[in-house]
Design a protein around this ligand. Structure first.
Ligand code: ATP
Ligand code: MG
Length: 418
């Protein structure tokens, strides 16, 4: 049996970097006042269709959707924002405290063509802030991402930022866009043509090279911002400048989801080939209301965890796994039974102890101790036990001492807790 296409195991040999990222991210979220939220992996299809948008790549072709036994249409979550918004509304969080900061880490599912940095089950680290309209919150999230990447030792990442405007500035932009698209109609793919009437903004997100070429001079939302959106974007930029966060204003950045308003951004790397976006985010001031809650400004980002780990692998060899403190070489049944109790007591005291239960020879057990890179070996043979003693060998210095059975555990704890 094999995993299904685009799904993969993250094996223990590879887990160190994942854990390092998770630890740093959680510490940072904690410091910035984010609370962890855990949301279901399965939701009603309608939730994603309505929030992400019917005419988007995700909803049109990437979702894992199926009918359950009663015929309800369900979807494996392709992203986290929609579910977190649903949760915010469902639990009426706006009533007790509208200002909320959440983070979550977990798998997402999109049926895309698998390749390096692109999987059908992938992981995201997601953060959302509800209830704050201030542009300072936009800078804060980009600053937080920047700080996380700095702590992970990553360089060569750039924030590309743009403003997508709001319902007030959209109509003038859409008019200009449609006029432009009309003039390039013969150079666009079928998919773009189909989207002209339904969702022209999505054409700007088309990945077909010929379409991209045809659209280089397309009108940008940035040139159609209303006064409010312009002020908002200026504050984001000037704040990031003051905080010395590197960014590039990228007029062509539109992001693949419909719910974004005002600030949108992507953190891009030059080291992952085509899969250049390591994180993406944006403001979605209309979504809470759209999904049935009160008007609530909100904003969030998602980090592509798999891609982030791939960037780290290029610069950072995975940290060495924690070495084993002690390997118990137990010779004979009596020693194995005693060794079992010692190893449990030492594990209880957070000392990494292992032993082998198969009744192997001294030579085979010493070989295994070496393989596990044990710092110390405790040798319990029949001879030693008749004298109520065991031998502790330092595998580095090869020094050996004899330890008395009565005081064995406290002696060992003293040695390892030093
Ligand atoms: P892309 O343009 O690469 O498809 P996206 O805009 O669809 O990305 P978002 O919805 O913004 O992606 O998700 C945020 C991040 O999640 C992305 O920047 C990326 O790092 C990661 N991501 C998205 N899809 C995948 C995938 N199929 N496999 C691995 N990581 C992914
Ligand atoms: Mg995508």
């Amino acid at each position: 049996m094999q995993t299904i296409r685009g799904f993969r195991d993250i094996l223990p040999e590879k887990i160190c970097l994942w854990q390092k990222v998770e630890k740093e991210a959680k510490q940072l979220f904690e410091a910035f006042g984010f609370k962890e939220i855990r949301i279901p992996i399965l939701e009603k299809t309608q939730l994603f269709a309505r929030s992400i948008g019917e005419v988007t790549d995700i909803v049109e072709k990437e979702m894992y959707t199926f009918a359950d036994r009663k015929g309800d249409k369900l979807t494996l979550r392709p992203e986290a924002t929609a579910s977190i918004v649903r949760s915010y509304i469902q639990h009426k969080m706006y009533a007790t405290d509208p200002i909320r900061k959440f983070f979550m880490i977990g798998p997402m599912f999109r049926r895309e063509r698998p390749q390096k940095g692109r999987y059908r089950q992938f992981y995201q680290i997601d953060a959302e802030i509800f209830g704050v309209e201030s542009a300072l919150i936009d800078s804060l999230l980009i600053f937080l991402l920047n700080e996380l990447f700095k702590r992970l030792g990553l360089t060569g990442l750039t924030a590309h930022i743009n403003s997508l405007g709001c319902p007030e500035c959209r109509p003038s932009f859409q008019k200009a866009l449609l006029k432009f698209i009309e003039s390039k109609k013969d150079r666009l793919c079928e998919n773009c043509i189909r989207r002209m009437d339904k969702n022209p903004l999505r054409i700007l997100d088309c990945k077909v090279p010929d379409c991209k070429k045809a659209l280089v001079d397309a009108p940008a939302t940035l040139d159609h911002l209303c006064r409010g959106c312009e002020d908002h974007f200026n504050t984001v930029k000037s704040t990031l400048e003051k905080q010395k966060v590197d960014f590039i204003v990228d007029k062509s950045l539109v992001r693949g989801l419909d719910y974004y308003t005002r600030t949108a951004w992507e953190i891009q790397t030059t080291t992952l080939g085509a899969q250049s976006a390591v994180a993406g985010g944006g403001r979605y001031d209309g979504l809470v209301k759209e999904l049935g809650g009160p008007q609530t400004p909100a904003i969030g980002f998602a980090i592509g965890f798999d891609r982030l780990v791939e960037v780290m692998e290029q610069i950072d060899k995975a940290p060495e796994p924690h070495p084993l403190d002690l390997f118990i070489v137990a010779l004979g049944d009596e020693a194995i039974e005693k060794g079992y109790h010692w190893s449990c007591e030492l594990n209880q005291a957070d000392i990494r102890t292992e032993m082998d239960f198969r009744g192997k020879s001294l030579k085979a057990l010493m070989k295994r101790a070496n393989k596990l890179a044990a710092r110390y070996v405790l040798i319990a043979g029949e001879n030693e036990l008749t004298q109520n003693a065991v031998i502790l060998r330092n595998m580095n210095t090869k020094e050996q001492v004899s330890l008395h059975l009565e005081t064995l555990i406290p002696e060992l704890i003293k040695i390892f807790k030093k």
